[in-house]
Write a protein that binds this ligand. Structure first.
Ligand SMILES: Cc1ncc(COP(=O)(O)O)c(C=O)c1O
Length: 419
């Protein structure tokens, strides 16, 4: 007799939803498609030769140790090197007991949720925010509350209003999740002047800040790196859980990332990780350690910045040329993403279907990035994967599709409100 799985799935399993970006990744493989969907780093930026050399050296020098289970907290030498690495971002005084290595910052986000969230607890999110964090905290059945953002990042006024509202309802507020630099999906950077006040507001309310910073090193010419200093650098009282990753700086498949937090938090993350995956890859962590030890990162990151800046310029130029009046977008100064806002009433999900079927172009529709259900008329474009030529062609095709629907007297795209 077949077991009816629906009777067995836990409440947690029932609420799990698919990540719209991962769902889109199968289309990125479609032959000939121009893909603006995956926020993946471009594989051309992976330092394959150095990684291969390091892997050989490690296996020769350390043998089976490098293939054995490692410590749950992570490879000790890598943790020590990361204490130093944080100084390059102006975060001083980080000790080994403040760090745990995670399998991607995705795991860091999830472990933090496991530690702090009971069903119904409130988590504050930027509008829009990273879909992986939204889904993770939704899985813990947290109440996700959106805070308005402008071109300088999160609105401190709206943050105070949202906190006041939640307090009024008697909801416990546990966390705020933020991506301060070249945000995914909006490309926006939190203004330097707002960083300390943001921390102060949250500290006064007893709310921890989860600072996810995968793009802080990927800035373009003319940007002052001092304006990208993590909020963690202002954090004297351990109210910030900082998440860093090598996915965009070295190679995403190494799954090398780390969290910096109060030792009590790190200890609990270790316990949660012990049952989750025991430890990360011993070999990969050793490779990353050598990338730091031999200053490969210092040599490699400027190359990556140039690589993405050229693609970003190509996308911005193509948008200017091909997108019709009534559409608007931000001009990122780093990172991998542009968020386009289409005229009110246009539904980007319906547009996406046509883009895929008729124009062989993919993007991610913006709605899943907004925890308050807005954003149906937004689209996220990643400029990381395609060449400048393909970017021009893909944006030309998308522009044509949008213009076609703007010119139709009764737009066939369903208005968001009617859905
Ligand atoms: C904001 C943000 N956080 C976390 C991640 C996941 O990164 P990792 O590969 O380190 O798990 C991504 C990946 O795109 C991201 O954009």
């Amino acid at each position: 007799m077949n077991i009816d799985l629906r009777l067995l799935f836990s409440d947690d399993a029932e609420v799990m939803r698919e990540n719209a970006i991962r769902a889109m990744s199968k289309f990125a493989l479609k032959k000939g498609i121009i893909s603006f969907s995956g926020g993946m780093p471009n594989p051309e930026t992976f330092p394959i030769e150095a990684i291969s050399r390091f892997a050989q050296e490690i296996l020769q020098e350390e043998g089976a140790n490098a293939l054995q289970y490692g410590l749950t907290l992570g490879h000790t030498k890598l943790i020590e090197a990361l204490c130093k690495f944080m100084e390059r971002r102006q975060v001083f005084g980080v000790a080994p007991e403040n760090i745990i290595i995670t399998n991607g910052s995705a795991q860091g986000i999830d472990l933090v949720g496991r530690l702090f969230l009971n069903p119904g607890d409130a988590v504050l999110f930027e509008l829009p925010s990273y879909i992986g964090a939204i889904l993770s905290y939704a899985n813990f059945r947290a109440t996700l509350v959106g805070v308005a953002c402008d071109e300088h990042g999160v609105s401190l006024e709206d943050l105070k209003n949202k906190i006041r509202g939640l307090r009024h309802e008697g909801k416990p507020i546990k966390l705020m999740y933020t991506i301060p630099n070249f945000q995914n999906p909006s490309g926006v950077t939190l203004q330097w002047e707002r960083r300390q006040p943001l921390l102060d507001i949250l500290a006064d309310e007893g709310v921890l800040l989860v600072e996810d910073d995968p793009y802080g090193e990927i800035y373009f010419q003319g940007v002052d790196p001092a304006s990208l200093i993590p909020i963690k650098a202002f954090d004297k009282d351990h109210n910030v859980i900082y998440l860093g990753t090598f996915s965009k700086l070295l190679a995403a498949g190494l799954r090398g990332a780390w969290a910096v937090a109060h030792p009590d938090i790190i200890r609990k993350m270790e316990l949660a990780k012990q049952v989750g995956d025991i430890c990360g890859s011993s070999l990969d962590q050793r490779i990353i350690y050598r990338c730091l030890r031999d200053n490969l990162i210092d040599r490699h990151v400027p190359v990556i910045r140039k690589f993405y800046e050229a693609r970003c310029q190509a996308m911005l130029a193509a948008l200017e040329k091909h997108f019709p009046e009534g559409t608007r977008w931000n001009r990122p100064r780093g990172g991998l993403f542009v968020l386009v806002t289409l005229p009110e009433g246009m539904d980007s999900e319906a547009l996406l279907k046509m883009a895929l079927d008729e124009y062989n172009v993919s993007f991610v529709s913006g709605k899943p990035f907004f925890v308050d259900g807005q954003g149906a008329n937004t689209i996220r474009l990643a400029y990381s994967k395609e060449t400048a030529g393909n970017i021009e062609e893909g944006i030309r095709r998308l522009g044509e599709l949008i213009k076609k629907h703007l010119c139709t007297p009764h737009p066939p795209l369903k208005p968001a409100a009617a859905r």
